[in-house]
Design a protein around this ligand. Sequence first.
Ligand code: GLU
Ligand code: ZN
Length: 495
Amino acid sequence: MANATPGSAVRVRFCPSPTGNPHVGLVRTALFNWAFARHNKGTLVFRIEDTDAARDSEESYEQLLDSMRWLGLDWDEGPEVGGPHAPYRQSQRMDIYRDVAAKLVDGGYAYPCYCTTEELDARREAARAAGRPSGYDGTCRDLTAEQKQAYEAEGRSHIIRFRMPDEATTFTDLVRGEITVQAENVTDYGIVRANGAPLYTLVNPVDDALMEITHVLRGEDLLSSTPRQIALYKALIELGVAKEIPAFGHLPYVMGEGNKKLSKRDPQASLNLYRERGFLPEGLLNYLSLLGWSFSADQDVFTIDQMIAKFDLADVNSNPARFDLKKAEAINADHIRMLDVQAFAAACEPWLKAPHAPWAPEDFDPAAWAAIAPHAQSRVKVLSEITDNVDFLFLPEPVFDEASWTKAMKEGSDALLRTARAKLEAADWSSPESLKEAVLAAGEEHGLKLGKAQAPVRVAVTGRTVGLPLFESLEILGKDRALARVDAALAKLTA
Ligand code: GLU
Ligand code: ZN
């Protein structure tokens, strides 16, 4: 029921401020807006809220665009693609805001407030001490022309404040249902700074109005600004600037470790971290979609197209969602397995060369990679794991990992390795089965099960106790190189 009726034109927006690295909370908001737009064959407007020159940066702006492209979240109007409401960067729309602010003042919907910060602070303190509501107290609401002149003559500057109605605001949140906020909890608020710069409180709803946004879907942290925006919208409608108040839906908080709200400063929250660790965009989006939404009771892995087909705000939950890295990785692993092997191999490419890969570029063997790729595909959770899993094929010698060595090389390991070496020497190296038989037989001679018998072989050949299936790995590495490594390990053990 929460989805717009078919045929009505859904227009949603994603409107981040370019103030730092994109974080997963932001991506979740972008994703829900995008999925809602795509499901309803509507329009996603991408708007850059860069009116805070002190905090915004061009670098963050570029990163936002790059992140959206990497994720595959395309937009219908916005930077680079343009659209009927261009420009889509608020820093280029200042004249529009100045004009609307003037209309609001002329119409009596807003007024100049001359209170100084010190005066406001002192009165707020006093109100708190007396147990009264501590928002703006309305001092400048009804100044006469003479009073304003007197303030100006004193050299005071003024901000522009929006006049909140004296009655409660009620609206139906698409996620949380009916919400009522009492007037005393939302007092008159600033919309233009003393230096003339418009604030978020003005520019965000003004652009939503001008860009004819029908649904505002955003994080719960912005819920408290909604009564103000609704009041401003009503003024804009009376002034002929807006047509209709959009519907609002507030997406639940995302909790991080220790049940604290995931903050954008949390390292776990950085989108770049997931890119660098080798999440697939579709794996990450699948996981992020579950932060407040569910696909079905018994399925949490699905494609982007399946998500679009099913996305309905009625299924968005108002309870806080918990960010769970393990689950994110498990879902990503499923998406890795869903790729065809060529696509998987291609996706791994960045991790097969510098700066990720430790081997010399000329030592990379595409045939060996092609042979090992299917085995790796079913085992890695994130693509960055690929490097360590295949380095034994491309390094001249296996890595030396002290912990692995100590764990696998026990008393008697040299004897076992000697037997295994002899049996491997005689085995059929075009068959992993035959290599397995060899190690199994060697183990039997020494009273060891396969798992125990293969550990020293694995460490001798790959350097690590865990890795891809051993016998396939041996076959791909080749008889000469594999046996030479067993010899080197034996030499080390007996030295
Ligand atoms: N630029 C605002 C932010 O990033 C947008 C808030 C909204 O969606 O209304 O918090
Ligand atoms: Zn004032």
